[in-house]
Design a protein around this ligand. Structure first.
Ligand code: NAP
Length: 325
């Protein structure tokens, strides 16, 4: 069914407290953001689309009327806009639908947030950069190499056009608590690690990545929102990133080592395959703006954080007890 279908519950209206509207609340990052704001005492209004029911509101953000009703009915103090098509290959194949979500829906949300006086936070990506001259500061010129990066950059421009007081948070490749290992490009590597009994398995060892924990991004979003409510200078572009530079090959080896599994079947691929040439080689983000404002978080070490995410997908669930206790 199309559009926005829930109205605020009476209970929600009666409860006093700051309200945050999180789009993409069913997604990898949105789930972590909802949890973080909830535990920080915020009233969270989460929206999803296909996976929305029963926990979240169902709202097709490409439906202009639905977006208007959503914002005007809830009048949140803060909007965190996570919903997007973020898979570069899907973006190339279903370009019109993806642009509709990444650009037009963003534009409508930013416009309505400005009308309602909500602080708008747009989640963007390191893929706005070409990766040829890292690290990238907030003021460096974007030059996306693929449709996904271009659509997110177009989204940023719509946000600035309609909502000059908005915050744009650029982040790199994410991992976190996943519903299935394939939900994140990082946890997907677990499947390669488990192929130890099969033939050898090649993994990219060219593209430099900075895997970033959704929990850390969520904390940064809450800190930004809380500070911005008191300080109007908190606006514009911010960068946040994990600190460990790794290729996918290195991430997979780290996972294997963390679980005492063999890694000698993993073969580093040192020449970039043709299907990856439209990805930035190294789009490292300089995060000093957030750090100077004391709004950043110190990321947990990759090995510890990824172990927490993967243990539910290990064959032997007793493993966790034997390691942590
Ligand atoms: P995700 O897991 O793919 O979630 C996408 C979300 O968008 C889901 O909640 C989905 O709802 C919602 N959605 C899809 N179509 C919609 C529509 N027509 N109307 C309303 N909602 C719709 O994405 P993510 O990984 O959490 O990414 C969050 C943000 O971080 C995105 O802006 C992305 O560009 C950015 N980012 C992600 C990464 C990464 O590695 N994942 C890296 C850098 C930046 P349903 O599932 O309920 O349909």
């Amino acid at each position: 069914m199309h559009g926005y279908q829930f109205s605020a519950s009476q209970e929600e209206v009666l409860v006093q407290g700051p309200r945050v509207l999180v789009t993409g609340a069913t997604g990898l990052l949105g789930r972590a953001i909802c949890q973080e704001f909830e535990s920080g005492g915020w009233i969270v209004i989460g929206t999803g689309y296909r996976r929305a029911r029963p926990r979240f509101l169902r709202c097709d953000l490409t439906d202009e009327g639905a977006v208007k009703r959503l914002l005007h009915e809830h009048k949140p103090e803060v909007v965190i806009h996570c919903a997007a098509e973020r898979r570069p290959d899907v973006m190339e194949q279903h370009n019109e639908a993806a642009v509709d979500l990444n650009v037009h829906a963003t534009s409508m949300l930013a416009k309505e947030a400005a009308v309602c006086g909500s602080l708008f936070t747009y989640i963007s990506t390191d893929y706005v950069f070409d990766g040829r001259n890292p690290p990238y500061g907030e003021d460096d010129s974007p030059n996306p190499l693929n449709e996904y990066g271009q659509s997110k950059l177009d989204g940023e421009r719509e946000v600035i056009r309609h909502c000059p007081g908005a915050v744009i948070l650029r982040i790199p490749i994410l991992f976190g608590e996943v519903e299935t290992v394939t939900e994140s490009a990082v946890t997907s590597l677990w499947l390669k690690v488990l192929e130890a009994t099969e033939e050898s398995c090649t993994l990219d060892h060219c593209l430099q990545r900075f895997p970033t924990n959704t929990q850390d991004v969520a904390t940064v979003c809450r800190r930004l929102a809380e500070r911005a409510q008191q300080d109007p200078s908190i606006r514009g572009i911010f960068h946040f990133s994990g600190k460990e530079q790794m290729t996918k090959y290195e991430m997979a080896v780290a996972m294997a080592q963390a679980f005492n599994l063999p890694s000698n079947h993993l073969i580093p691929l040192t020449e970039l395959p043709a299907d990856l040439t439209s990805r930035p080689v190294n789009s490292q983000l300089n995060c000093s703006r957030l750090e100077l404002l004391n709004l950043s978080v110190e990321p947990q070490a990759f090995t510890a954080a990824i172990t927490d995410c993967l243990w539910p997908f290990t064959a032997d669930k007793r493993w966790r007890q034997t390691v942590f206790h």
